[in-house]
Design a protein around this ligand. Structure first.
Ligand SMILES: Cc1ncc(COP(=O)(O)O)c(C=O)c1O
Length: 374
């Protein structure tokens, strides 16, 4: 039996207006890629310093397209963090390149830039860091490295739409950034993603890459200029995104209040690592803590089961990429990246979404304390 109020660890908030707008799009008979996609691309671009922005069906698809855009493939190496969702690793492998893992900071989970520099070889073509809520890595050092070694950067910004580096929002500076609009993210289009690129030439190549590699010929027939997949977003999804974007600032403000409440309400227990609280201009997609479960007579599974019983849903963000079957296939093994591995063992994602109140956070923190300390 679970309690009557169940706090999911993530949940989207869809306004009645957005539901009505979906019905309108469905009735318009233009339900695949159309004017709503263009409108959302333009609206998002304004939030990314007017840089060219294209919508795709997911962040994972956006990363696949980003790697193709950078002409990365067989024989190339891409440096990425061992601690991230699986998309970056998978897309690097899928395009034929080798994922070169490095460790991350234990608390901010930012990719370790000293290790990145040490991992650069003549085959290195790009760095793919993942940004986590709470604090970005040092973007100045990252881009100085990229410049020094002439590398592309593909920022996995799935979790940090709206976050800032020294007053500039992620996506508005740098090289390529990819975003996710999965229902767990800062805003949703059901499934969906975006890529922000440098100039119109790159954006036009994304247009080709996201739709079969098709280029239109002057005689109105079509050519396929490079074999590609199909990643175009529908207008049904885009209209949801347009409504979500009007609520985005309110969503982020609410998430901020909830994250701050976690910092004040979370029980002070030795050995537990909370996310970084300090850097200004961050958005809060997830609240992940590290807990040495065995110190409290638990495993992660028993801890999560106890929270579930008390009506609290949790997640695991994330397993270590280099210890997956795919990662091990490249020769990686336990012990190589201690921070990524400790995060993988100890992390638990607590509920954080705009449907929660500060009272809910207090209750969740109270249950965590009771489960750990009795
Ligand atoms: C850090 C990170 N990158 C990428 C993705 C992939 O996003 P999508 O589901 O839109 O492909 C996720 C999804 O959870 C993620 O957490």
């Amino acid at each position: 039996m679970t309690s009557p109020t169940y706090y999911k660890f993530a949940q989207p908030q869809l306004s009645e207006a957005s539901i009505q707008a979906v019905a309108d799009v469905l009735r318009s008979n233009w339900i695949a890629t159309g004017p709503k996609v263009t409108e959302l691309e333009q609206a998002l671009s304004r939030t990314f310093g007017n840089r060219p922005t294209r919508l795709l069906t997911s962040a994972t698809g956006a990363m696949e397209v980003a790697l193709a855009l950078c002409d990365i493939g067989e024989g190339d190496e891409v440096i990425t963090s061992a601690q991230s969702f699986f998309s970056a690793m998978n897309m690097i492998v899928k395009c034929g390149a080798k994922p070169v893992f490095v460790d991350c900071d234990l608390q901010s989970r930012a990719i370790d830039l000293a290790q990145v520099e040490a991992a650069i070889t003549p085959k290195t073509r790009a760095i793919m860091p993942t940004h986590f809520p709470g604090a970005l890595g040092d973007m100045d050092v990252l881009y100085a490295l990229a410049k020094k070694y002439q590398l592309r950067v593909i920022e996995d910004a799935a979790l940090v739409q709206g976050s800032q580096w020294q007053g500039k929002s992620v996506g508005s500076f740098g090289d390529i950034a990819t975003f996710s609009f999965h229902p767990n993210k800062n805003m949703t289009t059901i499934e969906g993603g975006a890529i922000v690129v440098n100039d119109e030439a790159e954006a036009q190549r994304v247009d080709v890459l996201r739709f079969h590699g098709i280029a239109k010929l002057p005689d109105q027939t079509r050519d396929v200029v490079e074999a590609s997949g199909k990643f175009n977003m529908s207008d049904v999804s885009a209209v949801i995104g347009l409504h979500q974007l009007t609520q985005f600032d309110d969503f982020m403000a609410q998430r901020q209040v909830l994250a701050e409440r976690y910092f004040t309400s979370f029980p002070v227990i030795p050995g537990i690592v909370l996310p970084p609280q300090g850097q200004p201009g961050q958005t809060w997609n997830m609240f992940c803590v590290l807990i040495p479960y065995e110190n409290f007579g638990h495993t992660r599974n028993s801890f999560r089961a106890a929270l579930h019983e008390a009506g609290i849903g949790t997640g695991v963000s994330y397993e270590a990429c280099h210890l997956t079957t795919v990662g091990k296939g490249f020769g990686y093994a336990e012990g190589m990246f201690p921070n990524a591995e400790r995060i993988a063992r100890e992390t638990v994602t607590l509920p954080l979404h705009v449907g929660l109140t500060v009272g809910d956070v207090d209750e969740i923190c109270g249950v965590v304390k009771r489960v750990l300390l009795g």
